[in-house]
Design a protein. Sequence first.
Lengths: 287, 138
Amino acid sequence: MIPVLDGLDLHVPAGLDDALRMLASGDARPFAGGTDLMVLLDAGRLPPGRYVSLWELAELRGIREEPRGGVSIGALVTFSEIRRSHAMAERYPMLCAAAAQIGGVATQNRATIGGNIANASPAADAPPALVAYDAEIELLSLDGVRRLPYAGFHTGYKQMQLARGEIVSRVLLPARDRGWRDGYHKVGTRRAQAISKVCMAGSIRLDGDIVSDIRLALGSVAPTVVRCRAAEAALRGRSITDETVDGAAQALLADIAPIDDIRSTAAYRRSVAQNLLSAFLRPADQK
Amino acid sequence: MARLLDVLRAAGLTGTKEGCGEGECGACAVLLNGALVNSCLTPLAHAAGAAITTIEGLASDEQLHAVQQAFLDCGGAQCGICTPGMVLAAVSLLRRNPNPTEDAVREGLAGNLCRCTGYGRIFAAVLEACRRMPQATA
């Protein structure tokens, strides 16, 4: 006999409208590549009921150039597709770096960017890069489409601005001027197949030796991924010296609220977050 | 909801193993339309109409696949539980990258855990298979 995940029904919709109608009725939840949900379902940690498969919906796929510049990534785009995309490698390399560190190849072939967002883990690997790139998120329901800045989408631990019947449909990365330098670094227990203890994504632009603009994001150090505005403010308009790097590392402590948990401690996370920031600001000191 | 893993095994294709059951170990890896997936995390509905290659489908009648033969010759298998997934992960890697460096082999197999070998002979087997395969020089 084939074991069946008890009381769970995965409905394959006839199309996008059918899927949105089922989700609007309120008794079904969206299901993408399943790399997070199947683990929870198997462990009995999600309620029984109906799930709607989004996997077959072509509208939610594809990496597209946007007419006004920038790139739109369908929610069902897998991390393998992101790794293979030339547009990503050339213009948004932190997303490729994140994609390469999400599980192994078999996970990357099934895990989707929309799922990574909607699973709403503060330890997710793509969100810090999305925040540092100032991404927008597109949400879709029977009522239509709306767009939000991604940075405010997650409102608390596993909480997000997703209404009943709404799905994440696309992620929009704005066009980038030249001159930004990016840095993405995930720290886990081992180099592969690990959930992050701290993960940082940063974009910086220098005018001479003055920081003309900077965006910093950290994962696994708060209930949601955080944009590190205090650390950014300590750097913007200044040159990178021992004093400003130390000042930014100190300011960073106001941006984050790490905890002790199964993977690490608050003290370790604070220390690593500061080290990642210093390493990002002074790449020449590495090696 | 049925898992692809359970359906394969119930059909007698018991080469596909269940290790962790949560996508961490790769023992249940199969090729779904040519892409490596963990069958423990794949609902049957997502395999509808797809071409699935399990370890049973890799050898032709009398001839092992070059990766299987290299695992045999290099001592790349001990207890054997990880071996089907490991071989399929290697096949999937060599299709994408016919001439991988050892680092690329390590990364390509990073989702497949082995608790016996220490990996050294597995990596050696994959590099040996790559040397023996005709496309490796192409």
